[in-house]
Ligand binder design. Structure first.
Ligand code: NAD
Length: 490
């Protein structure tokens, strides 16, 4: 099978089975499913296709490993994570090659993702020894109160394909630091990077004589069949999901029966506000960063460019020129700055929505088509004069398209920005400090990039409001998602 973008050392040693109780093994019944390179459309590997029975075996392993793992000293849990962090950085080329091979993003972006992913592991290696309870005298003075913290229990982690390594470490690192054990169901489109990461963790656990059932991985081509029995099993105590709001709702319903702790990192529809007092060249640079990472396939991608009518022409011209300077190509090719979309149907969707916007009166200033080449590509596209009612503005396009809508004043801008069920992130460019605070106070989003096109950091709370999710990943808050409180009155 062809593996054009993978170093032979990675390809030869990549586990393609299921990781259950410290051992890689085939799926029950021997089923597999193919994983392809979106930059060529070629199949890279066949991966074991976990059955519901395999999922339950993984949960049994996580459950069995829990007592020993939560008893491991916090310092030792932290040191394990620190060693994993160091291996991620030492093997950055291997991990980046895998991220590009199965996810398509340019190698430079894949390397940045590996560093970003590793930072979560480093941060939680440091947080493992900072899990704090509480002791105080009751307000009445009649007794003392003690609050103990303990791991919530075995956690099911379900991740999307757009950040194959970072979405994994954002969950695994705080879970392990807290003393939880995990079952990972990676995205079916990108299970290879997860496999290499899990092997690094497994090897570290084994070398240190720690329980290897702490981390289990069950890729599958039929997610709901695998996940439903897990959610119904009382051994599972926590569900952490990153993906679409649509699937998040299904999983929340499934989690209700077992009253599971849940963390939900869901879809977005980020507004990118450019006020009349903004530094326009800086806004253009920020817009490219906020829009074009992973060819627009990020949950924090700017989806709607809301620009004051007096600067819209200048901003559109700057963005058009910046998009025209981007180089579309295979992620592993030198010089590529925009890779493919994840699959053919994603290209079809983006193309359809652009056509609909144009039918509604929008003008294409650059792009607007599929380049003629193999793989699932779409041209970086700028649309002006877009109706705020167009689908491309109301829904997450998940592609390299920037629709520009104009506004007349700050009130209208904020009303437009907030008129969505989503609230993950927003961006605003202004040099007026009073306006900056008004936006920060009134925007309905869990995060705001103020004169910045990138917000995420392992040490800060990442997450959304409204239909964009529940809970936070990163920062002090991220580990709380895997801890519960036990109050002792004495
Ligand atoms: P998706 O919801 O289709 O899939 C996410 C994961 O859920 C995958 O592992 C998938 O196999 C699994 N899944 C799908 N249906 C399931 C079911 N019925 N039961 C159990 N599991 C199921 O999302 P995607 O296409 O992989 O990712 C894109 C979406 O993820 C976008 O909406 C994006 O905004 C969102 N996202 C959010 C964040 C965040 O932090 N908020 C980060 C990245 C991506």
């Amino acid at each position: 099978m062809s593996t054009p973008t993978l170093p032979p050392t990675v390809a030869a040693h990549l586990p393609t089975g299921l990781l259950i109780d410290g051992a890689w093994r085939p799926a029950t019944g021997g089923g597999t499913f193919p994983v392809g390179d979106p930059g060529t459309g070629e199949i890279l590997f066949d991966v074991a296709d976990a059955t519901p029975q395999d999922g339950l075996a993984a949960l049994a392993a996580a459950d069995a490993a829990l007592p020993a793992w939560r008893a491991v000293a916090p310092r030792e849990r932290g040191e394990l994570l620190r060693a994993v962090f160091q291996t991620l950085i030492a093997r950055i080329d291997d991990f980046a090659a895998l991220v590009t091979a199965e996810g398509g993003k340019p190698l430079a972006e894949s390397r940045a993702e590996v560093v970003y992913a590793a930072e979560y592991v480093r941060w939680y290696s440091e947080q493992a020894v900072r899990i704090n309870g509480l002791t105080r005298t009751a307000p009445s003075g009649a007794n003392r109160q003690l609050v103990l913290r303990r791991p919530v229990g075995p956690a099911l982690l379900i991740t999307p394909w757009n950040f194959p390594i970072a979405m994994i470490t954002r969950k695994v690192a705080p879970a392990l630091a807290a003393g939880c054990t995990v079952v990972i169901k990676p995205a079916g489109l990108t299970p290879l990077t997860t496999a290499l990461f899990a092997e690094v963790v497994r090897a570290e656990l084994a070398e240190r004589g720690l329980p290897t059932g702490v981390i289990n991985v069950v890729p599958t081509s039929s997610s709901s069949r695998l996940v439903e029995p897990l959610l119904a099993d009382s051994r599972l105590r926590k569900l952490s999901f990153t993906g679409s709001t649509e699937v998040g709702r299904v999983l929340l319903r499934g989690a209700a029966e077992g009253v599971l702790r849940t963390s939900m990192e869901l879809g977005g529809n980020a507004p990118f506000l450019v006020f009349e007092d903004a530094d326009i060249p800086a806004a253009v640079t920020g817009a490219v960063a906020a829009k074009m990472r992973n060819a627009g396939q990020t949950c924090v991608a700017a989806n709607r460019f809301l620009v004051h009518e007096s600067v819209a022409k200048e901003f559109a011209a700057g963005l058009t020129a910046a998009f025209e300077a981007l180089v579309v190509g295979h992620g592993a090719s030198v010089g590529t700055t925009v890779g493919p979309l994840i699959e053919e149907k994603a290209v079809d969707r983006v193309d359809r929505w652009v056509t609909e916007a144009v039918d509604d009166g929008a003008r294409v200033t650059t792009g607007g088509d599929r380049p003629r080449r193999a793989g699932w590509f779409y041209e970086p596209t700028v649309l002006t004069g877009v109706s705020p009612d167009s689908r491309i503005v109301r829904e997450e396009v998940f592609g390299p398209v920037a629709p520009i809508v104009t506004f007349a004043d700050e009130d209208e801008a904020l009303t437009m920005a907030n008129s969505t069920e989503f609230g993950l992130v927003a961006y605003a460019y202004t040099r007026d400090i009073g306006r900056a605070f008004r936006v920060a106070e009134q925007i309905e989003a869990g995060m705001l990039g103020l004169n910045r096109g990138m917000v995420s950091d392992a040490s800060a709370p990442f997450g959304g409001v409204k239909s964009s999710g529940l809970g936070r990943e990163g920062g002090e808050a991220g580990i709380e998602e895997y801890l519960e409180s036990v109050y002792v009155a004495l």
